[in-house]
Design a protein around this ligand. Structure first.
Ligand SMILES: Cc1cc2nc3c(=O)[nH]c(=O)nc-3n(C[C@H](O)[C@H](O)[C@H](O)COP(=O)(O)O)c2cc1C
Length: 159
């Protein structure tokens, strides 16, 4: 994944009906913060500034579509030139249709977004024993969003 360097300040904009996306966002946050990023997660109506290094936008899929609040957020002109990563949360893994359906959902979500979309991905609405795997995948995604840590300087006293 090419997330163009280090993203110190990350805004995650998401919405949820059933709570799964909320949980996914929490895991992404944990991963990004573990890599040293400052992360805010907000629903669209609570976003007051877009002044971040990276804006991550995520939506669950209902009846083949992202949530209206997220599509509306994506359509705003203020996103022009902003670095954006996108994700959807859905059941599209069933029947081996994941790639085709997820591609369709992400295209739907992108719509006519003015931002600079640098990454797109999806997460399963996995529960039961799969939840643990889902958590690990989301955590790693968060770490990757934050980008590589700068090598810590060795204090002179221990050289
Ligand atoms: C009524 C309903 C319709 C759904 N439609 C789709 C769909 O078209 N495609 C899909 O992949 N998943 C679909 N899902 C699965 C949801 O995307 C999934 O449960 C997601 O985790 C919900 O996120 P939330 O809990 O954050 O609202 C649907 C779920 C429900 C309850």
């Amino acid at each position: 994944m090419e997330l163009v360097g280090r993203n110190k300040r990350i805004l995650i904009v998401y919405d949820t009906r059933g709570g799964t996306t909320n949980e996914v966002v929490g895991w992404i946050m944990d991963g990004a913060m573990s890599a040293g990023a400052y992360v805010e997660a907000r629903t669209p109506k609570n976003v007051d500034t877009l002044d971040y290094d990276l804006i991550v936008i995520g939506s669950p899929i209902y009846n083949e579509e992202p949530m209206g609040s997220i599509s509306d957020f994506m359509a705003q002109e203020n996103l022009r030139g902003k670095k954006i990563a996108l994700f959807v949360v859905c059941f599209a893994g069933v029947f081996g249709m994941r790639n085709f359906m997820v591609r369709k959902y992400l295209d739907e979500l992108k719509g006519s977004c003015a931002g600079n979309i640098i990454y797109e991905t999806s997460f399963d609405a996995a529960m039961g024993p799969w939840r643990k795997l889902n958590r690990a995948i989301c955590f790693d995604f968060g770490k990757e969003l934050a980008g590589p840590r700068r090598p810590t300087q060795t204090p002179l006293s221990v050289i």
